[in-house]
Design a protein around this ligand. Sequence first.
Ligand code: ZN
Length: 396
Amino acid sequence: MKSIPIYLFMDAMGWEIVQNYHFLESELPFRYPVQMQFGYSSTAIPTILTGKYPREHNHFSFYYYDPEHSPFKIFRYLKFFFGAGLHPHCLLNRGRVRGYISHFFAKWKGYTGYFQLYSLPYDKLPFFDYCEKEDIFAPRGLAPLENLHDILLKSGLRFHISNWRLSESENIDIAEKLLLQKKIDFAFIYTAEFDSFLHDHIFDQELIKEHVETYASRIKRFLLNLHTAQINFRFHIISDHGMTPTKSTCNLMSKLKALPLIFGKDYASLFDSTMARFWYLTPKAKELIQSRLQQADCPGYFLSQEEKIRYGIDFRNNRFGDDIFLMDTGIQIEPCDLGAKALKGMHGYHPLDKDSYAAWLSTHQPYFIPTEVKDYFTLMKNDILQLQSEHSSRQK
Ligand SMILES: [Zn+2]
């Protein structure tokens, strides 16, 4: 009898949380810590959907230096409107207004992927391009690589992949309904609300416990409903990273600004919350930036080439930065290009920190134990191929 693979992706349901809060221990007894993909969900999800490292799918942090192909050239003219957008307190820099501008810009350009301007200054935008213009879950969304959707289409199986634009409760309800109606042979359910919850509440253990219990009871009900309907399935929870409580912050941007260098002429930089990335346009910039950031008031270090290769982030032409400066665990860059204020919790620190680990939780023993998030794809693909061969042998 065929067994339906169900993968529930839970953003930020890291190994520390699942162990500390005994999340679904008896229902999902096959549990393994999984090393996160270096970077953020913006690189982990493409890795999960293709089984390839970032160096191959070319998704890392959303923004990268490319003034020639920048779609944001129009923002260059904003300053001529009485300096609009240049001051941080300008109306155009309010969070909600930036949200609207992001929305309209994406619509205008026909982007189908997740798009956000975050806090990137308008005058810096024309130096950058953005990597998630396409919906990465859609067919050909990570072309020329094959993504999960492509291999499912090719398999001829009946499947469901959640719409990431819907709420997580909608996504769980929709998948459950399709399974109960016996309309699908494979499900990939996407949820991401736990991530934003943990960013704000990582220090509130009672609230986390409550939240984890709410998830646990919904999933227990989901599993029970499938059992009652006599559906044979294998259920897996997969996550992309954990959440590190913030210990302190560091204003790395101000240290860089104090150097006698001109942005766009000597260098370009992008400050994510846990790493700063630099493109050196002159040898002087490389020398000054490297020596400044190696001083004791900059708590972090420059990734070595060997580390970049190990984590699969050694990009052709150093697309995402000639140098990546990673902050020490728990120390957030404040302000950064993603936001003016540090959050209570953050991910994207060193993959070997205990709070960085993702988790694999399952009703069944996987055919090999995933050690890094890239492995989820191999496991999903194996399930698909197996179902496909069962399907074709039944038809013969
Ligand atoms: Zn997050």
